[in-house]
Structure formats: C-alpha cells, structure tokens
Design a protein around this ligand. Structure first.
Ligand SMILES: [Zn+2]
Ligand SMILES: [Zn+2]
Length: 245
C-alpha cells in the first residue's frame, strides 16, 4: 500500500483573513487531487509552488464560495491559458445542479466561444457514494451542513476521513472506523452556528477517545490564541503541513 500525502492548502473558515479556504490537496504516485476549490485556491497553491496544471482532479463536497468559487479560474485558465489542459471534476449527483445551474453558469455559461456547458471546461464525473482515482477507492458520506444544500464528506478507509463543512454527525465513531486521520469542521469563534459543529457540540456528541483522534479545521483567525482550551482533541490542522497515511 503506497503512501498518500495530505495537505490542507488552507484551513480557515469563510470569514478568515489569516488562513486560506479549507481546501485539501491529496498527492498519490505523483498525481494531485484537490478536495474543494475555494476563491483562495489558486493563491494557496502558488504559495506551495504549484499551479493549475499540477492538479489532475478536483472533488467538490458542496456549493459554498470557500469550496467552489475557485473553479471559475481553474476552468477558464485550463481551457484558454493552458490550451485545453483537462482537469477531472468529481461531483456528487445532488451537488451538480447547484454547482452549474445555480452557481458557475452565470459567469462561465458564455465565453467568446459562445454558450458553454460545465463539460467544456472539465472532464465531469458525476458520482454517488464513492469514486476511484489513481487506484484509491474513496467513500462519500452525506453531512448535515446547510438545509436544502447537499454536502458530502470524503473518506479513504484506514487512512483518513474529512467531513468538510458539517454539523456533528450521528454515529461518527463507526463511520471513521480505524482511520489514521480524522479532520472535522469546527466552528471555533462562538457557542452556536446553524451550519457548523461547535467545539462544545463535539464534546457533547463525541466520546473523549474519539475527540482525541480529531484534528479541527475550518477555524477562525484567532484559533491559535485558544489552543490550550482544545487539549481534549488531537489538535488543529496546520495549514500547509503534510500528513502521510
Ligand atoms: Zn459550507
Ligand atoms: Zn466552508
């Protein structure tokens, strides 16, 4: 089993100025899969010495700006600047209409070539409960995030689970099984959020032995001032750090 390298090119929430959007880069056998592509993705990759043509595929967890607004750049530049460099785009079936019809079409639906479809920019792969990339079999799971907006976390069994944006998840301990890394959305700036799990909600929902395996991500600018109050978790995701599994 060859190693997979995980790296959050950003680890902040959508209001954050100190950290980029929570988007994860996965590298395996020299190819790279980007998990979500927010408006900071191009800059965040640039900081790591990477560009659009270093990305083989993108998986989208749900439609919010910090997870999809970067796709306009990736689509236009891969087509027009890099002359039809094609990125595979894995999109859950329930997410696709929101992604194209209600989000990207307004800006990408027409270009100097005339009317466009999403397929004119990406090799679109519509997925349901999982997909295979570079021989790795990913599982997707629905997450409770925003009412009316489907969202799906991603898991590579035994290696990692990443919730992307989510409230606390029922029976999360069975879902993550023996995964080496668990990355969980954490609303860290207050006691309540309708769409994101707060630290206290995670304490109520998850047993201590599970919390000790959870790395918190999608946090606010002030997170490093409060690290001492988070010692019952594995820690917070460090932006740019490489996790090998
Ligand atoms: Zn979201
Ligand atoms: Zn988000």
């Amino acid at each position: 089993m060859s190693d997979v390298q995980l790296q959050f090119i950003g680890s902040g929430d959508s209001e954050c100025l100190s950290y980029y959007n929570t988007n994860m880069l996965l590298e395996h056998q020299g190819k790279r899969l980007l998990i979500d592509c927010g408006w900071t993705a191009k800059r965040a990759l640039h900081d790591l010495g990477l560009g659009i043509t270093d990305i083989d595929a993108i998986y989208i967890t749900h439609v919010h700006g910090d997870h999809v607004f970067g796709l306009e750049r990736f689509g236009f530049e891969s087509r027009y600047v890099y002359h039809d460099y094609r990125i595979k785009l894995f999109v859950p079936q329930g997410v696709l209409p929101l992604l194209w019809d209600e989000t990207l079409k307004g800006s990408m639906g027409y270009s100097s070539d005339g009317e466009n479809k999403l397929e004119d920019f990406f090799d679109v792969c519509v997925v349901n409960d999982g997909f295979t990339w570079q021989g790795l079999e990913f599982q997707l799971f629905p997450t409770p995030h925003t009412k009316g907006k489907p969202s799906f976390g991603i898991r590579l069994p035994h290696r990692f689970t990443f919730t992307s944006d989510s409230n606390v998840i029922n029976d999360f301990e069975s879902l993550v099984d023996d995964d080496k890394y668990i990355f969980h959305d954490a609303y860290s700036a207050g006691d309540f959020h309708p769409a994101h799990a707060t630290i206290e909600e995670m304490r109520d929902a998850y047993l201590a032995k599970l919390r000790q395996r959870i790395y918190l991500v999608h946090y606010d600018d002030g997170i490093y001032d409060r690290l001492s109050s988070l010692q019952d978790f594995a820690g917070i995701v460090e932006q740019g750090k490489v996790y090998t599994c």
